[in-house]
Design a protein around this ligand. Sequence first.
Ligand code: MD3
Ligand code: FE
Length: 205
Amino acid sequence: MRSSEQNIESLEPGAVLLRGFANGEAASLLDEIERIADAAPFRNMVTPGGFAMSVAMTNCGAFGWITDRKGYRYGDIDPDSGKTWPAMPEAFRDLARRAAETAGFVGFAPDSCLINRYVPGAKMSLHQDKDETDFAAPIVSVSLGLPGIFLWGGAKRSDRPRRLRLESGDVVVWGGPARLRFHGVDTVAEGEAPCRYNLTFRKAK
Ligand code: MD3
Ligand code: FE
């Protein structure tokens, strides 16, 4: 597909899959991730229940998502360094804004980018993203590296999730009626890259 064309797939009202949207910038995104992780290293955070997550995380932007024994929340300070999170690179902000606009959400201005790293064997259980203050803003998700099987459920945890294979360069925009869907990521398998990364752009506050 030429870059002037775009493969826009509607998953359900409010949820749009942009296959390969970030392919042309994947290498530079990976460079930026490395730079961010030099300042704010990936770490396996602990859930309020006391379990270390198999997904390693870091953040950039004004606010970062964190979890510890005290709960889930957004904060402007990296608890591991005591410093603010690294700034969100302009290329990240611009990619998120362009993807949201392509999906029909004009003017998306994320203040938070959670970077998830899945080594083979890592997974994320079904959950909702509800630590943000404004559910009117969409969430933009960028997949890089190893493929992953995204689990995409309904309004209730017990709704059986659909399975969607996301590859490096794929971008999904979740907003509107899809914003509070239960979702997760199945165990990542070994493959041709060392890990899977997911950039999750949100308006946290
Ligand atoms: C669908 N991360 O960090 S992002 C998370 O691939 C998270 O790392 C996944 O879920 C990952 O919270 C998926 C995509 C995503 C984010 C929010 C959603 C999908 C969503 C909200 C509603 C429905
Ligand atoms: Fe999530």
